[in-house]
Design a protein around this ligand. Sequence first.
Ligand code: FES
Ligand SMILES: [Fe+2]
Length: 459
Amino acid sequence: MNEVVKHVDKPQDESAEPVIFPVEAYISEDYAKAERDKLWRKVWLQAGRVEDIPEVGNYITYDIHADSVLIVRTDADTIKAYHNVCTHRGRRLVDTPPGQRNARGKRTHFMCGFHGWNFDIEGHCHNIQQQDDWQGKLTDERSRLGKVLVETWGGFIWINLDPEAEPLRDYLEPAASMLDPFQLQNMRCRWRNWTVFDCNWKVALEAFDETYHVRTTHPEFNAFGDFTGWARPQGKHSHIGYDAPKGEEDNSGLEENKAKLRLGIGDPRTSTAQMQKYTWEGVNTNTTQTLVDVAQTLPEVLPEDTPPAEVLRYWLDTAREIDAKRGVVWPQVDPAHVAASGTAWQIFPNQQIGHAVNNMLCYQARPYGNNPDKCYFEVAVYELYPEGEAPETEWTYAAPEDFPHVLRQDFSNMAAVQEGMKNVGFRGVIPNPKSEGAVVSLHRNLARYMGTGTPTPLD
Ligand code: FES
Ligand SMILES: [Fe+2]
């Protein structure tokens, strides 16, 4: 677990030409309806975490547009997924409790509430009342639950509603190989909340896949540094990262400063301490208590004028050692790989994984039926815990105004973007070719599935 993992892939070349694309994908009801068949029933979707169903019989459900999937652990090494619908007359088999994001529990059988058909965890139906009335036609093949493709990667459970789908690993590359060294499967949730926005799911996701907005939407961060960044398409997916701070472009000792765990500007001892404290209190993501605590000691333990590379090294090494003593072992990842991997990956179509060696921040947006003006939005924050000490968490609803301050700043743009794009005078979306390339990548790939909306060169 502690070996140095070297895996540095050159980011895919891109022609970051300026483009424009229409707003149809965000506001059209016909487009939202068409997404069901052309998109959501074709792609791999992140439906939960492996640790959510640790024991045989543990199950969760996952809803996407009109469809619902039942995911069950059937033995220590096997997870199976079924269409969450009774094969008799189509009642949803497992209901989502009111106010919950999904169903979750443990059962040996799933009994339909309508006429009592009873399915075991392998999907077979037993003890059907008056089965003879079907005159022998009610075979196991006819009555059993329909199967859904399911695989795991990174500690996540993924489903695909298309029986002909390519294997998950092929779908996820190159994101999977770039993220493997971070050992995301060892992380556990610190908190996870879901909410509903008055905007399209793409508007919600795109608020988090670029750093171009930081200067204006999060003005407090300007005191800590320059958060300008890049974006690179990577097949279906894309990733983003920060530019090296000015003056550090050639300083290989600070490769990691392009990553998520980075220093503040000015006197890095004090600015890093302040930035960590602000991040912890203002958003509770992207860092851990150990990193925050060690950062607070930097101004005392390191002399003034300590070179930035040494401040970074001391901060990360000390936090790593403290964590190791309590049984929290960070993976060793080559700093060049950390820098090349960036700060977050957008997994097509609706997930973002913001990775680091000891924590991650994940966003997912889901459609709200055929309504293009609403979406479900989910935030999950993970870190490494000592064996057996991870907190028990559930998906908990939070109103947008009840999220941490920095996220509320992001949320404040959602409905306003959705409404603004409907304005008759809006001529189309023109993302920053360098730092908003993930937005362009999403729409290039969406256009391949949807057959409409391809970004075109801006003239
Ligand atoms: S619909 Fe499920 S038993 Fe009839
Ligand atoms: Fe933001």
